[in-house]
Design a binder for this molecule. Structure first.
Ligand code: MF3
Ligand code: CO
Length: 257
């Protein structure tokens, strides 16, 4: 069952999304050579405490996975998603994916960005921009009456049109009182297929786009997903409400992208 949010609930989700967007913007500034990924996690924990929020990720344990031990995911280069913060120091030329979520008044917000650390290669810059644009191509289709397949198709068409591949093993999702709610929102699909989008749905759209093959392998920690071929991957995510006026991006700070 897809739960449609009321106007009041949407107001709470707007607040949750605003906190996520603001904190993620601050975390982006920390991603410099020499900084460790656990330092970024520590800063995120401080912001959560200061704003009296809860983490969406800490302790999260889907399907028997070990409880997630941090409040952000910090995936670097060939790591696609869900890498756990630790002693790894960022170096010039890395691409860092920061994924972050909080709960406000019982509702989750979920968002991710890919950040260039220092000077990155042209290949990495192209990958990051194509991934960002693929997300917005999907968001543009998130209007009432369109279908999930229309959204996935728009993401896929942009990413593949630029010569990249789209990860299949992870998908976007409904978001609300749970971090992951139905429906699933694949980053690929066929126009006119899948469920219709309705006013009151809130969806996290999160394309993961690879330079090489779309194949994924999970590391021994039970969480880190990386590309099977060792080539780089990029990820962007926004929490988006379907409204009468079209898509409303809840995790975007006005004036940023
Ligand atoms: N945005 C990520 C997702 O929807 C959040 C992962 S939850 C974590 O999959 F616990 F793995 F961090
Ligand atoms: Co998500």
């Amino acid at each position: 069952m897809i739960y449609l949010k009321s106007g009041r609930e949407l107001d709470s989700m707007r607040e949750a999304g605003r906190h996520v967007g603001e904190i993620l913007l601050a975390l982006r500034e920390l991603a410099k050579p020499g900084v460790t990924t656990s330092e970024i996690d520590r800063h995120a924990r401080l912001e959560i405490r200061k704003r009296k929020l809860e983490s969406s990720f800490l302790g999260y344990s889907p399907g028997g996975a070990p409880p997630y031990p941090a409040v952000i995911c910090t995936s670097v280069n060939a790591e696609i998603v869900h890498a756990i913060p630790g002693k790894r120091e960022l170096v010039d030329g890395d691409i860092l994916k920061l994924d972050f979520g909080v709960v406000f008044r019982g509702f989750h917000g979920d968002s991710a960005v890919t950040i260039a650390v220092g000077e990155v290669s042209e290949e990495s810059r192209g990958l990051i921009e194509a991934t960002r644009r693929s997300m917005y191509a999907g968001i543009d289709r998130m209007c009432p009456g369109n279908r999930l397949g229309d959204v996935g198709h728009a993401v896929q068409t942009l990413a593949e049109g630029e010569g990249y591949s789209v990860v299949r093993d992870f998908v976007g999702h409904g978001v609300g009182r749970e971090l992951h709610e139905p429906p699933q929102l694949p980053n690929f699909g066929r126009p006119g297929r899948g469920q219709r989008l309705r006013v009151g749905m809130v969806l996290a759209i999160e394309p993961m786009v690879n330079v090489g093959s779309p194949e994924v392998k999970i590391r021994g920690d039970g969480w880190t997903a990386q590309t099977a071929d060792g080539k780089r991957s990029s990820h962007f995510e926004h929490t988006v409400a379907i409204t009468d006026d079209g898509p409303e991006i809840l995790t975007q700070v006005p004036g940023s992208h």
